[in-house]
Design a protein. Structure first.
Length: 656
C-alpha cells in the first residue's frame, strides 16, 4: 500500500474561488499569503477553480518552490515588500506531513492523503525480479494469495514437476513447509490467506500463529502465559491447541493459561482457582492442586464441570415435531465469499445455535445474510444482492447483540446506560435540601448539571501532560473520581448516602439502600439476573468486557414483548465461566418467554447442547466449508456422522 496526496482532496469544492479558500491546505496550514502569491504568478483568484485553465491549475498544484517578491499589508495597513517561497498545494501537504509530530498534526494532513494499492507492485509487496520466478506456473505472490489449505494441497504436486536432479531438494522443502503448516491447520487457521496482513488478524488468530511459531522454534526452559487461548476455537481446533501445549511441555517449557473452556482445563496438571464471584466479590484463592484435589474441595466452583458431575442440559427439551410450532424463518442465498448457495430454516420463538469450525461461513450466513435480509424486508427495501428470498414469519425487529464496547467515552456508565441514573437524579432532586437550594434533576447530571465537578467536567479523570511520554489519565483530585462537585455530598437520602457515594456501590450493594424506589429496584434486579450484580454503578461502560457489554445491552430488552424480534448473539459465551454460561442461558429463556427468536453463533458445547435447534456449517473452513452440513436438535446433531461439531457434542440428557 502507498499513501499519496490526492489532488481531488486538495480542492474539495471546485465551485469556490482561490480567494475564497478553494485550496484547502493553504487555509488549514497557515499559508494565507499563497492565494496572493499564486495571483502574482498569473493565476486568476477571483473565478471558480473549475473554470481555471489546465496551466493555471498546474501552477496551483505543481508550481516550483521559487522565491517571489510580493506586497503584504501589516495590521496597521502599512504595506511591506517581502520575499516568500511559493509552496504549491501538494508541497504544502508534503511539508506538513514531514513535520507532523503529534496526532493532531497527522489528522490534519490525513485529510489530503489517499491510501491505495501500490502502482508498482500492485499490492504484491514484491519486485519484478522476485515475481519473475515461477513454480508450477505460479509466482510467489500468486502462491501466497492462496489460503494455507490450498497451498498445502498444491505443494506436494510441485516435486514431480521439477527435473529429476531437483526432486530431493524439492522433497525437503515441501516437507518443511508441511511440517510448519501442520500446527496452523490443527489450530483451525487453514482458511487464512498466506499474504493476509497480520494487523487484520483477530486476537485469537494472532495468538494461535504465535503458538505455532513457538513450537516450530523448539524453545526450552521458557514460561508461556496464554490468556484465554480457546477464544473463537471450535472444539476440533481446541484439540489442536492442546496438542501445541503438549509439544511445548515436551520440549521442556512451562505453560500457564487463563481459560474457562473445560476441554482445555482438563489437560492441566495443576489448578489455581480464583473467586468466588467477580469484581469486588472475587479476588480470593478458592482452591488449588490437581483435578483430584479440586473435586475433593467443596469450595471449588469448576470441579463439577471438569469431572462431569454437573448437568449439561438445563433448558427444557423441545422435540423435532414441536420445533416449528411458532413459525419458521426461511432464507435462500446465492454464493458469497466461500459460502455456497444456501437454503436455511430457523424456528421462530426458539434458541438456534449456528456452529462450525472457524471460516466455515457462520458469520456470512447470519450477520451478512439473515440479518440484513430481515432488516430490508421489514423496511420494505430491496434484499441484498446475494439473498434470493426471505420469509420473516412476522419478525419486524432485528437486534444484533455483539461484544463491541458500549459508548466511546468515560461519560457512559452502567448507571446511565441502564437508566438507573435518571431515576436516581429525580429522587435526589425531590429531597427537601435540594428543593431548598432550587435544584432540579438536571442539576444532578454529571454531563451538564450544575453539580458536576468543575475540574474534570464530569468525566471523573483528568489528563496529565508528561513530557516525552503519552498523556496519563488519573482520577480527578477534586472529586476523587466521583464526577460530582463536593457540594453534591450535602444532598443525602434517608440512610445517609449522597448520589456520588451511591454511584460508588455495586449493583448488588445498591439494592438495600434503594428499596423505596420501585423503578430503580426493577432495573437493579434485572442487572443482577444478568449476572452483573458485581459491577459498580459508576463503572465506565467502554471498560467492560465483551461478555459484560453483551449482557448489559440485553438489560433494556427483558421487560418488553419480543414476539416480533430476532436477537443475534455473536459468541456470547466468550470469556464466560461455565456458571456464567448458565446465567446467560437464563437470560435467553427470559427473552424466549417474551416470544423472542434467538440465534447464537457459538463454539461453546454447553451453549450448543442447550439450544433448541442447531445449524452446523462446514465441513471445513474457507473453500472447504460454506455449506450446511446438518440441522436438527442437539441430539440429532450428535448422531449425525458428517457433523464435526456432533463428534464433540455428547447427546444431552433430559433437564436435570
Amino acid at each position: 500500500m502507498v499513501r499519496v496526496i490526492d489532488d481531488d482532496l486538495l480542492v474539495p469544492d471546485p465551485s469556490k474561488t482561490i480567494a475564497d479558500g478553494a485550496v484547502a491546505p493553504w487555509k488549514m496550514m497557515g499559508l494565507t499569503v499563497m492565494p496572493q502569491m499564486v495571483g502574482e504568478l498569473g493565476v486568476r483568484t477571483d473565478v471558480p477553480y473549475r473554470d481555471l485553465t489546465d496551466a493555471e491549475r498546474d501552477v496551483v498544484l505543481h508550481g516550483p518552490a521559487e522565491k517571489h517578491l510580493i506586497t503584504v499589508p501589516s495590521k496597521s495597513g502599512k504595506l511591506f515588500e517581502v520575499n516568500f517561497t511559493y509552496r504549491n498545494a501538494r508541497l504544502a501537504v508534503q511539508e506538513a506531513l514531514d513535520k507532523a509530530a503529534s496526532e493532531g498534526g497527522l489528522t490534519r494532513v490525513n485529510k489530503f492523503i489517499h491510501t491505495g494499492t501500490c502502482p508498482t507492485c500492485h499490492g504484491t509487496r514484491l519486485s519484478d525480479q522476485a515475481l519473475g520466478t515461477h513454480v508450477k506456473g505460479l509466482n510467489l505472490a500468486e502462491a501466497t494469495a492462496h489460503t494455507l489449505d490450498a497451498v498445502i494441497a498444491w505443494a506436494p504436486t510441485v516435486v514431480d514437476a521439477q527435473p529429476a536432479e531437483m526432486h530431493t531438494m524439492a522433497t525437503v522443502i515441501v516437507g518443511q513447509l508441511l511440517e510448519m503448516a501442520e500446527r496452523l491447520i490443527e489450530l483451525g487457521l487453514g482458511y487464512l490467506g498466506l499474504d493476509r496482513p497480520s494487523a487484520t488478524l483477530s486476537t485469537g488468530e494472532r495468538q494461535r500463529v504465535q503458538l505455532a511459531r513457538a513450537v516450530r522454534n523448539q524453545t526450552t526452559g521458557v514460561l508461556y502465559v496464554l490468556d484465554e487461548p480457546s477464544i473463537g476455537l471450535h472444539p476440533s481446533n481446541v484439540d489442536g491447541l492442546n496438542g501445541v501445549i503438549r509439544d511445548l511441555l515436551r520440549d521442556g517449557n512451562s505453560v500457564v493459561l487463563v481459560d474457562h473452556d473445560v476441554q482445555v482445563l482438563r489437560e492441566a496438571d495443576w489448578f489455581v482457582e480464583m473467586g468466588p464471584g467477580s469484581g469486588g466479590e472475587g479476588g480470593t484463592l478458592l482452591a488449588e492442586g490437581t483435578l483430584t484435589d479440586l473435586v475433593g474441595n467443596p469450595s471449588s466452583l469448576i470441579a463439577g464441570f471438569l469431572d462431569g458431575t454437573e448437568p449439561i442440559r438445563l433448558r427444557a427439551n423441545v422435540s423435532s415435531e414441536q420445533l416449528f410450532d411458532h413459525g419458521r424463518i426461511r432464507l435462500s442465498t446465492r454464493p458469497l465469499h466461500t459460502v455456497h448457495a444456501l437454503d436455511v430454516e430457523i424456528p421462530k420463538g426458539r434458541l438456534t445455535a449456528v456452529t462450525g469450525v472457524s471460516g466455515s461461513g457462520k458469520t456470512t450466513l447470519v450477520l451478512e445474510s439473515l440479518v440484513p435480509a430481515l432488516q430490508t424486508a421489514a423496511a420494505g427495501e430491496p434484499l441484498p444482492a446475494h439473498v434470493s428470498s426471505v420469509e420473516s414469519s412476522g419478525v419486524a425487529r432485528v437486534n444484533v447483540i455483539d461484544a463491541t464496547p458500549i459508548g466511546t467515552n468515560v461519560r457512559s456508565t452502567v448507571a446511565t446506560y441502564s437508566g438507573v441514573l435518571d431515576d436516581l437524579r429525580r429522587a435526589y432532586a425531590a429531597l427537601a435540601e435540594s428543593t431548598r437550594r432550587g435544584l432540579t434533576a438536571s442539576d444532578f447530571s454529571y454531563n451538564t448539571g450544575s453539580l458536576r465537578c468543575p475540574r474534570c467536567e464530569g468525566t471523573g479523570e483528568i489528563s496529565l501532560d508528561v513530557q516525552f511520554l503519552p498523556d496519563v489519565e488519573v482520577a480527578c483530585p477534586v472529586c476523587d473520581g466521583t464526577r460530582y462537585d463536593p457540594a453534591a455530598r450535602a444532598m443525602r437520602r434517608p440512610g445517609g448516602l449522597s448520589l456520588p457515594e451511591l454511584l460508588c456501590l455495586t449493583v448488588r450493594q445498591a439494592l438495600p439502600v434503594t428499596e423505596d424506589l420501585p423503578k430503580v429496584q426493577k432495573k437493579l434486579h434485572t442487572l443482577v439476573d444478568l449476572g452483573l450484580g458485581y459491577l459498580t454503578l459508576g463503572e465506565d461502560t467502554p471498560a467492560l468486557s465483551g461478555g459484560e457489554a453483551q449482557r448489559l445491552k440485553l438489560a433494556t430488552e427483558l421487560g418488553r414483548k419480543q414476539s416480533d424480534a430476532l436477537f443475534v448473539l455473536d459468541e456470547p459465551s466468550v470469556g464466560l465461566h461455565p456458571l456464567d454460561v448458565r446465567v446467560l442461558l437464563g437470560v435467553v429463556d427470559r427473552l424466549g418467554a417474551k416470544g423472542a427468536t434467538v440465534v447464537v453463533i457459538e463454539h461453546d458445547l454447553d451453549m450448543i447442547a442447550n439450544a433448541d435447534y442447531v445449524v452446523d456449517m462446514g465441513p471445513g473452513g474457507g473453500a472447504a466449508g460454506g455449506t450446511v452440513v446438518a440441522t436438527g436438535t442437539p441430539a440429532e446433531i450428535a448422531d449425525h456422522p458428517a457433523s464435526v461439531t456432533g463428534r464433540y457434542l455428547t447427546p444431552p440428557a433430559k433437564v436435570q
